[in-house]
Design a protein around this ligand. Sequence first.
Ligand SMILES: NC(=O)c1ccc[n+]([C@@H]2O[C@H](COP(=O)([O-])OP(=O)(O)OC[C@H]3O[C@@H](n4cnc5c(N)ncnc54)[C@H](OP(=O)(O)O)[C@@H]3O)[C@@H](O)[C@H]2O)c1
Length: 242
Amino acid sequence: MKLIIAGSTGFLATELTRQSLSNPLITSLITLGRKPCPPPDPSTLLPNADLSKLKSVILEDFDRDDYPDNIKSDLSNADACIWTIAITPAQLKTVPWETTVKVCRDYAVTGIKVISSLTDKRLFRFVYVSGANAVRDPAKKPLLLGDYCVLRGEAENKILEFGKTSGGRVEVAIAKPGIISGPTKETGVLARVFFGVVGIGKVRVGQVAGALLEGVAKGFERETYENEDLVRVGSGTVGGVE
Ligand SMILES: NC(=O)c1ccc[n+]([C@@H]2O[C@H](COP(=O)([O-])OP(=O)(O)OC[C@H]3O[C@@H](n4cnc5c(N)ncnc54)[C@H](OP(=O)(O)O)[C@@H]3O)[C@@H](O)[C@H]2O)c1
């Protein structure tokens, strides 16, 4: 299968790439980002990693309704896309709100629309990686990061709606991880206590990547993967075991 990972440079995208390189079901891997995909660290690669199937595609500006023809050609005929591009809560203080809205919602909506239109495959799978605290009903806006949680929930709604109106051609899943940690990013003790108190779960980056790759390759187990689903499904995958 041909898989597109949107957000080549990110924490989760890097792990998705690492696992995909050794996944025999993935025969072509495209990373899509405004910067090139960093070369995978050879010391972290899993057995049988095949770097020849990886192509890094650069779209310098995602703020558009359509993609240039050369990019579309690289993205054509994909079986699936995992969308990890977002402004994370840690960046909210430095990124203008208008940009956050575009990056978290509009870029993904354009992404699913454009990329799904470029494939002749009978079925195209798309995962939007959101967050555990995103709310689809604005009336449930939480006290902490309220506008951001509503924005991410609005993006989830739009992506789900796109799948529903595709006549079964585009299958959509939403991933809602809690706090993701991994070998390159461990969560501090204070943060773990805080997130425990506010009820946000933890998951390893290998588990998130393993669960999502299983979903795009073999079929989604569910439409919405809550944090506990990612832990459970991801733990049973090769990449989910550290
Ligand atoms: N990490 C966590 O603990 C956690 C927890 C829950 C949910 N999530 C969700 O998981 C997803 C991935 O998170 P992550 O930790 O991998 O985030 P990350 O490391 O910050 O990666 C975010 C990606 O978005 C891209 N991006 C940001 N602004 C962009 C722009 N204006 N144009 C194009 N690309 C842009 C970044 O590219 P550049 O390098 O070019 O900026 C990067 O590739 C996000 O949806 C996040 O909300 C993460």
